[in-house]
Design a binder for this molecule. Structure first.
Ligand code: GLA
Length: 729
């Protein structure tokens, strides 16, 4: 060691300190030294002892590499730009082409602690007059780390912001795989897993809503990490607009994950003295595989995100949604008959979908005119609502407030209220335009119309739709307004809920095009997909449940054949899949024959009996050779669904191991429901299935976890639903 290196090391040893955030199973460690960029030392397992990290600063553990810049750094908490590090900068900003370089250095930090979370704010500064507060909160019982940043422009320039990361997270080099979701309309949350390319990876969304294609989430995993074991870091952005995620390779082979709002050119400018805060990135680490991070996110959504009316969730009512039953054909007698049949089979909330307002015989006109169609509803919605309530159900209504059809009274009166670009032909999507809801007069109009509907009618639920992407999202001044649109939406939702505290809202965007933790703060249910085909739904709901708890995932028993795929499945399979969500029915129930009505009534009753477990418990999922299983457990009760999707290659089903089952003792297993046929000779006896169907069988928890539950071998497109009750400890 040369004398110069020894001096450097001693200096570091005297001045650096470790800032620590800890939760039940997780720990974040940041190395801090005044005047230098703080660096990440750890985000992952709990670390009671950190002798090496305490004593040795990151830079002292390295030597200057060949052909490198003359500086030694660790992995920065917020990479600068133009400062000799080639990492993805966490901020990209300039002042009309100058002042683009940032070298962030630590000024001070503040730490605080509550029963719910430990928080740390790092105060950084750049010589160019910028200051940045990086906020980190580690939530005690969910092990979720929430990050966001606030930029202050103390310079004399007006700053043009091209990118401001919420924060950055370290991903250890051996978490060398990544996963995210792809999708399209009717085909949301398709799981994609791959090695992290040596050049890193990026995901960008410019749809103006969270999108079917690239929902705001990503995962970093070890190659051997599975549903049940191995380290996983997952991150999701609480934001319902454009976004960007990146996994950038650091100079030691590890990666930095950063995420934030994707900003359109010119979208965000900061005048001297102004500040800007990002939305929040929520990240979770677990060594219990993908189920571990999902369970963390579920706990977090339940504890920190969801805002239930009255302060806590009440049993999620069974829906009847009129869309696939009648579409736009709203006829009083039909709707009353539909409501009567719905109530008879156990439905608890009747949701009147699209078609109730004037000029809406189809989807070409009417959006914007939010009052009842005097032709279809000559006395308003009141009589139908009274009928629905008289049958013991709540009433919900579909709206799509952010949109306007050119063929509407609203657009004729205010053509300038739609987002548009002067001189360019209007870009329509489903024959509609997007209103500039950040304009106070536009949101005031929407608030007034919706508030009036809610005041004049006993409507306790809104299905809030958003059926097109944003394009030409420029305001009246020609400035891009994607992000302001999202802020204005949140404000509108918040205002309505403040005025109508008992109101629940469903977030729909042609199905699951707007599902994220940002909108979930203002809503209580997602319409997970327009696709009610039960086979498609297995993949969609498996994906969505990685991020969100089952109680917010709308799942409907649709007609057969399914309207979105033309494929038919048995009523039992459609019911079994919808059971594992917030269950509803979206079909013309007047047409059910007696035995179908009996089957549907039975599954609805099953949902009611088990929703306390499905919606309050721990959810895990796994794969079988030919399908998937879903397990929801709450203490001494659990419900298991085993879905066979394709034809099996083996003669018998392998015993199903349930590594996610918590607790010990003897569990009583019973078959609650079955969809489809067993693959067995018809004349062969089936004592095992008979026992499961009858009084049930006792299995030790250890057997279920390590040997597995023997299963009947099922045909494709089938399901088995079991109850598991703890019989003795
Ligand atoms: C979207 C929704 C559907 C339905 C229709 C009505 O497609 O996802 O559930 O509400 O709009 O137009």
């Amino acid at each position: 060691m040369t004398p110069r290196q020894a001096t450097t090391d001693l200096t570091h040893a005297r001045t650096h300190r470790l800032l620590r955030l800890e939760s039940a199973h997780c720990c974040a460690l940041i190395e801090w030294e005044a005047g230098r960029m703080p660096v990440w030392r750890h985000f992952g397992a709990s670390l009671p002892e950190t002798s090496l990290t305490d004593q040795w600063p990151a830079a002292a553990l390295r030597r200057q590499a060949n052909a490198s810049m003359d500086r030694l750094d660790g992995n920065p908490v917020y990479p600068g730009f133009g400062n000799g590090l080639s990492l993805n900068p966490a901020l990209r900003a300039h002042a009309d082409g100058v002042a683009a370089v940032q070298e962030w250095v630590a000024i001070s930090y503040t730490q605080s602690e509550s029963a719910a979370a430990q928080t740390l704010v790092l105060h950084l500064q750049d010589a160019g007059g910028l200051a940045l507060d990086l906020h980190l909160a580690l939530w005690q019982s969910s092990d979720v780390l929430s990050l966001h940043s606030t930029l202050h422009n103390h310079s004399a320039h007006r700053l043009q912001l091209d990118w401001q990361a919420c924060g950055c997270l370290p991903v250890a080099a051996d978490l060398s795989e990544l996963a995210h979701f792809s999708g399209q309309w009717g085909h949301e949350f398709q799981w994609q897993r791959m090695p992290l390319p040596s050049a890193g990876w990026q995901l960008q969304n410019r749809h103006g809503r969270s999108s079917h294609e690239t929902p705001p989430a990503c995962f970093a995993l070890m190659p051997h990490s599975s549903e049940h074991q191995g380290e996983v870091i997952a991150a999701q952005l609480a934001w319902s607009g454009n976004h960007q995620f990146a996994l950038d390779r650091c100079d030691d082979g590890s990666a930095l994950l950063q995420a934030g709002v994707w900003l359109a050119p010119g979208e965000l400018r900061l005048a001297p003295g102004e500040s800007h805060s990002t939305p929040v990135l929520h990240a979770s680490w677990s060594d219990q595989g993908l189920n571990g991070v999902s369970q963390n996110f579920h706990r977090f959504a339940r504890q920190q995100v969801l805002q239930w009316t009255g302060g806590s969730m009440r049993a999620r009512p069974v829906h009847l949604n009129t869309w696939e039953a009648v579409y736009f054909d709203h006829d009083d007698a039909t709707l009353r008959a539909l409501a009567e049949r719905a109530a008879a089979i156990g439905v608890e909330r009747f949701v009147l979908d699209d078609g109730w307002f004037p000029g809406r015989p189809d989807d070409h006109s009417g959006l914007g005119d939010w009052w009842p169609d005097p032709q279809k509803y000559p006395q308003g919605l009141g009589p139908l609502i009274a009928h629905v309530q008289g049958l013991g159900m709540e009433f919900g209504l579909w709206v799509e407030p952010e949109m306007v059809n050119p063929d509407s009274a609203l657009f004729r009166a205010h053509p300038d209220w739609a987002l548009q670009v002067a001189g360019q032909a209007l870009q329509l999507g489903r024959q509609q335009l997007v209103l500039d809801i950040a304009r106070p007069e536009v949101s005031a109009y929407l608030f007034e119309k919706l508030d009036r509907l809610l005041r004049e009618n006993a409507i306790s639920y809104l299905k809030w739709d958003m059926n097109r992407d944003l394009a030409q999202a420029a305001d009246a001044q020609g400035q891009m307004a994607y992000a302001r649109q999202v802020d204005a939406l949140y404000a509108l939702l918040q205002g309505l809920r403040a005025q109508h505290p008992a109101l629940e809202i469903e977030s729909c965007a042609s199905g699951g095009g707007r599902m994220d933790l940002g909108i979930l703060r203002h809503t209580q249910r997602f319409w997970t997909s327009d696709n009610n085909d039960a086979v498609s739904r297995i993949a969609i709901q498996s994906g969505a449940a990685r991020l969100f708890p089952l109680e917010v995932l709308g799942a409907h028993v649709g007609p057969a054949p399914a309207h979105t795929t033309g494929r038919s499945q048995s009523l039992e399979l459609r019911c079994a899949v919808a059971l594992f969500g917030h269950m509803g029915v979206e079909a013309d129930v007047r047409k059910l024959n007696t035995s179908e009505a009996e089957v549907l009534t039975g599954w609805i009753a099953l949902y009611k009996a088990w929703r306390g477990v499905l919606h309050g418990g721990t959810f895990s999922q796994g794969r079988t050779a030919n399908g998937v299983w879903w397990l929801a457990q709450r203490g001494a009760q659990a419900i298991l669904g085993v879905f066979t999707q394709s034809a099996p290659a083996s003669m018998h089903h392998a015993p199903l191991r349930l590594p996610g089952l918590e607790g010990e003792g003897q569990w009583q297993l019973r078959l609650l429901g079955m969809a489809g046929q067993e693959r067995a000779r018809g004349d062969a006896p089936s004592p095992w299935l008979d026992a499961l169907r009858g009084a049930g069988v006792a299995c030790a928890a250890t057997e279920l976890r390590h040997i597995g539950l023997p299963l009947p071998h099922m045909n494709p497109e089938s399901a088995l639903v079991f109850s598991l009750d703890l019989a003795s400890n």
